[in-house]
Design a protein around this ligand. Structure first.
Ligand code: C5P
Length: 221
């Protein structure tokens, strides 16, 4: 039964965008809405999977029957994803994870002082969760999927990123005018480490989610 082709499987999906705090009221963030990740979680649950959704700052309702783990920062997202991935058949990293975070966190609100130059902001690298997971899988047969937003040379940059990250599938989006963050639609090409290339025409995020699970299911032992 194709409709329940993920029955008995545990899948982990990350969604939303991390926020890296500067002080109690400020953060460095991004425009990810979480909609694509939530669509992936709903689709997997409908196909019978047990789903852990690691949700970074997404203002969306919890999907029915999905185990939602809320997180804030990239470091928290890493911890939650790695924990849930321990017994997972597949991990899909749809979250927009900050590449850098402020080096220091000010316990009190940072203040401006008259006549003083603003203090420079020093950033440090965040761990690359996708590369770490793909390179050291808790289960050898686990299928690992990444997302990449590119503005130019989408396919060439996507292929290079797929190889660099070491994942099985990479969903490559062209970001631009029409395909804005927070929209209900998406358009993508899913690249496979096996050389496959699956175009997904402009349409609802649910359709892209279903194509991703089709490709994952075909790679599960
Ligand atoms: O390198 P880039 O940020 O374009 O890669 C995007 C993919 O890598 C996404 O799947 C994202 O969830 C994942 N990622 C990650 N850890 C980071 C940065 C990105 O897992 N620090």
């Amino acid at each position: 039964d194709l409709a329940r082709d993920l029955a008995g499987r545990h899948v982990v999906v990350s969604a939303g965008g991390t926020r890296e705090p500067l002080d109690p009221v400020r953060f460095l963030g991004n425009r990810s809405s979480g909609k694509q990740g939530y669509a992936l979680a709903r689709s997997a649950a409908a196909r019978g999977a047990r789903v852990t959704l690691v949700a970074a700052n997404a203002a969306l309702p919890d999907p029915a029957g999905v185990d939602v783990v809320p997180v804030g920062t990239a470091v928290q997202l890493r911890e939650a994803v790695l924990k849930a991935a321990a017994d997972a058949d597949a991990v899909v990293m749809a979250a927009a994870v900050a590449d850098f975070r402020p080096e220091t966190y000010a316990a009190g609100k940072i203040k401006k002082k008259d006549g003083q130059e603003p203090a420079p902001l020093t950033l440090v690298r965040n761990p690359d969760i996708l590369a770490e997971l793909a390179g050291d899988r808790p289960r050898p047969a686990q299928v690992v999927v990444g997302f990449a937003a590119e503005t130019d040379d989408v396919l060439a940059n996507g292929r290079a990123k797929l190889a660099r990250k070491g994942c099985d599938l990479l969903v490559v989006n062209e970001v631009g005018e029409r395909k804005t963050f927070g929209s209900e639609e998406n358009e993508a090409v899913v690249l496979g480490a096996d050389g496959s290339e699956t175009p997904v025409p402009y349409g609802p995020k649910e359709a892209l989610a279903d194509t991703v699970w089709d490709l994952v299911a075909a790679r599960l032992p």
